[in-house]
Design a binder for this molecule. Structure first.
Ligand SMILES: [Fe+2]
Length: 278
């Protein structure tokens, strides 16, 4: 079985769930957790692979995730038939009730942060039971001083906790553009350490004033990101479970939605069937 392919579902692409290239879906937890909902977010549509994407587990915080947040996440996963749940390798706040960062921020790559992340991920995985938990690499606003490089940090988290990797190849590309990190080295290092992998792809733009690449989820996926995707698939093969495109602004035409989806499907169709998961 090849990896599932699809979009992070938004109201703007919901009309295209019938596309044969759309076989897996990522649900945004905040959208799906509407307090007055009477039907599941996916309605009656069946996908071969469903994953719920969260924003506030804050695995690098000093304190563990709130129990009510874990319970709500699991409820949304169960009512939509999800087999996986994901969030970011970062923090929203250092302490519960303290000032929020305003975005999920990557932690410093220190041994103390490593222990904290692994402790929180262990708790999350115990709570989620048979639903696989995936951690996503973030792009950076700035880089903290640390005791190891980020590839080493991510690999240690994956190896110590056994959690899955949500490899955002656009975030790796943004870090290469903005900080000179080696995106291919990030892909090969982390894919090598992960046992199960999902992927995010998106397109952004170079901000004129700062000259920085902004991962805005508003543009078609650029060629260097497709190249990273292909490299990751070549290295990871059967570890890949699902590939999701993220698009949140500047929405394309119907043909645009369908073309990018088909391009993603073609990436997986180039894989040898007997080397894929399942
Ligand atoms: Fe992402």
């Amino acid at each position: 079985m090849r990896p599932s392919t699809g979009y992070a579902m938004r109201e703007q692409n919901r009309a295209f769930v019938d596309d044969p290239a759309w076989t897996g879906v990522e649900i945004d937890f905040q959208r799906a957790n509407h307090a007055l909902r009477v039907i599941p977010y996916l309605h009656a549509h069946a996908f071969e692979y469903v994953s719920v994407h969260a924003l506030e587990l804050s695995v690098a915080s000093l304190e563990p995730p709130r129990r009510c947040y874990l319970e709500e996440l699991l409820a949304v996963a169960e009512e939509n038939g999800a087999v996986a749940i994901s969030d970011h390798l970062g923090f929203n706040d250092a302490r519960r009730g303290g000032p929020a960062v305003g975005h999920v921020m990557a932690p410093p790559c220190t041994f103390e942060a490593l222990d904290r992340v692994c402790r929180n991920v262990d708790r999350i995985q115990r709570f989620f039971g048979d639903k696989t938990f995936f951690l996503e690499n973030l792009s950076h606003f700035f880089v903290w001083p640390g005791e190891m490089d980020e590839i080493d940090f991510v690999c240690r988290v994956l190896e110590r906790t056994g959690c899955g990797l949500l490899l955002d190849v656009t975030n790796a590309y943004a870090d290469e553009m903005n900080f000179g990190f080696d995106a291919r080295a990030f892909v090969s290092g982390t894919v090598g350490s992960a046992s199960r992998i999902q992927m995010h792809l998106a397109g952004g733009f170079v901000e004129t004033k700062s000259g920085r690449y902004v991962d805005s989820h508003s543009e078609p996926i650029p060629e260097p990101v497709w190249a990273l995707c292909l490299e990751a698939i070549r290295l990871g093969q059967r570890k890949f479970e699902a590939l999701f495109i993220e698009r949140d602004w500047n929405f394309p035409s119907e043909q645009g939605w369908r073309d990018e989806l088909r391009q993603l499907r073609q990436v997986t169709e180039a894989m040898e069937p007997n080397t894929c998961h399942g």
